[in-house]
Ligand binder design. Sequence first.
Ligand code: PMP
Length: 393
Amino acid sequence: MRDFAAELDQRRDAGLYRVRRHMAGPHQPQLTADGRPVLAFCSNDYLGLAGHPELIAAASRSLQDNGVGGAASHLICGHHAEHHRLEEALARFTRRSGALFFSTGYMANVGVITALAGKGDTIFSDALNHASIIDGCRLSGAKVKIYPHSDTCALAALLAETDGHKVVVTDGVFSMDGDVAPLRELAALCRRHDALLIVDDAHGFGCVGPDGRGSVLEAGLNENDVPLVVGTLGKAFGTSGAFVAGPPLLLDYLVQKARSYIYTTAMPPALASASCRSVALVEQEPQRRRQLDRLVNRFRAEAAAMGYNLMASATPIQPIMIGDAHEAMRLSGALERHGILVTAIRPPTVPAGESRLRVTFSAAHTDEHLDRLLDALSRHAPIQVPRRALVGA
Ligand code: PMP
C-alpha cells in the first residue's frame, strides 16, 4: 500500500495542506469560522443574493409544494416543471435559444466536454482553465492541447497544425486571476478553423456584461460565435446548480449523451424555484453591480498604494499575488487574527510560485466592511521601497 501518511506530511511541510473550517452564521459575509466571528472576503456570492429573503421565500414555498428531494434523474421522472421554468428563464437571461439545467457547474463542464469531444478529436484548453474543464478534457478520451493563458497566437498555431474535429474551451472570467478571456479573437479563430467554442462563464454571469448577462454578450458575441456557454448558479445567483445554454440541437445532444446529466438525481425543485427568483433579481437590481464596481475600484486604489501586488482584474475577483505558499498562509492567518477571512490559494489550484490571497467582493459588503479589510491589510503591508531606490538596482 502507498504511504499515504508520508504524502500528507510532505504536503504539510510544503505549506500545501488544506483544512476545512466549520462555517456557521446567518448569511454572507458575516459568519463564524470555527466558532469565531469573521467577515468573509472569499465567497462567490458576488451579488449578495445567497441570503435574500425573496429567494428564501421562493424556496420555502416550493419545499412545501414539491417536497425536499429530487426523486429521480431527469430522464426517469425527476425533470420537474420548476426545472423547466428555470431553463426558460435562463435562456431569456442569456439571450440564447435554450438552456439545460445541471446539478453543478463541475458536472456541466464534465458532461458537455465528454459528450462533445471523444477519441480522434482535439480539445484546445487555456492553461488556466478551471479544474472541472481539465477533468472533462481528461475523461473525454480526446487529444488535449493546452495553450498558454489567453495566448491567441499560440492557439492559432496549434489549430493550424491539427486535423479532425476541434473544440476550444475557455473560462470567460478566470476563477483565480479574475481576468477575462479574449473572446472576440477566440471566436474569430474558431470560425476560421471550424472549431466549436465553449465558454465557461461561471464567474461572469451576474457580474459582467449588459445587465449581468455575461462576458460573451459583453464582447458583442452571440450564439453563432459561441455556440455553448456554461454558467453556475452557486456564485452570483446565490443558489446552487448550473446550466449550459445554446442551440436546441446541441442541448438535445447533451440530454442524450452527457453522462453527468443523465446518471444523477435531479436537483431538488425548491432550488430551481429559488434560482428563478434569483435570475429576475439579477436583471432587476443593477445597483448590486454598481456597488460591486465601487468596492472593487476603492480596494484596488488603496491596496495598490500600500504596495500590494494586484492582478489586472476589473471583476470581483481581486487576487493579491504573494508567490510563496508559506507566506500566503502567513498573511491569511494574520488577517484572520483581525477577524477577516481571506483564504490562501496555493498549488495545485494555481501554478507553483503563484500562491495568492484571492480576495473576492460581494454587493453585500459595505464601505465599513472594506475599511476593516484595508485596515487589516495596512498592518501587514509589504515594505514600501521608494521608486528612486529601485533605479539602477
Ligand atoms: N467553472 C468555474 C470557472 C468555477 O470557478 C467553478 C466553481 N469553482 C465551476 C465551474 C464549478 O461550478 P460548481 O461550483 O457549480 O460546481
